[in-house]
Design a protein. Sequence first.
Length: 317
Amino acid sequence: MFPQAGSIRLLLGLLMGLAAAMPIHAQEAFETFKQLNGSTKMPKLKAFSAPGLGTFTAPAQGRNVKLDAKLTNEGQPMQHGLSWRVFSPIPDVDGKLPLLASAEGGSAAFQLAPGDYFVNVSFGRAGATKKLNIPVEGDVADQVLVLDAGGMSLNAISGADTHIPDKQLSFDIYSTDVREDGERGLVLADVKPNTIVRLNAGTYHVVSEYGSINAVVRADITVDAGELTEATMQHRASQVGLKLVSEEGGEAIADTAWSILTSGGDIVAESVSAFPVMVLSEGQYTAVARNKDKIFQKDFEVKAGTNMDVELMLDQS
């Protein structure tokens, strides 16, 4: 849920482009699109089994503490989609903080013995952690964690406005920070189109792949707290079908091996199929077909957003 959410539609060609902002109700957005929850469900200790969603019972000396989370400082407490985890601050023999309790949903209520804890709340790939002290006496104030989070929904077109089937698209989301090894940290891989990804506010480096050969575009996309950013990336690529035929418009000849070369002579794709279909980025190519002991070839040009068939004639010299 995104209280007071806005929707920003970005048209990103190769690197970037921007269209006008358009309001969208966050709850409707979450109901419309498939959800992608990046949280890992963590095991509950038997000593702290929860009688109901969002509650946790500890020994009799436990103090009640209520936990809420907001997307922004000014936002309302969230009612859905949260994962709460309570950890001991003392590492175990493996150097990890023991998980003491967990809850799913919106607000959470725990009974915790006096002492120190780390409380973590996650909303998809967004999260916040707070150190919590439970006093022996006195009131325990309600705790509010601010996620500073929003959402991102990705799609892509080819050329000016050619639709790309969802099954041919995938997106990888990276941090914009470059590590010492020169690589960016992967946040989430193989994100499908029109899937809302919940993320901490910030700028992310998004890589979109159309097909599996060389149609790749990149863009830096900003997620604002409390808003849903919808980004449409623009590929300069098209779908190409290849056929070796005995006559124009004829049936594809079986047992044909294919190689696709760039104008510089580099092989970008190979296939053994009568009628292979592949996605290629815009540019000049040469199709080479091998059938029995004969080799056939033809130069062709791929234009963005214009799907095409390339026919090689069996009787060509």
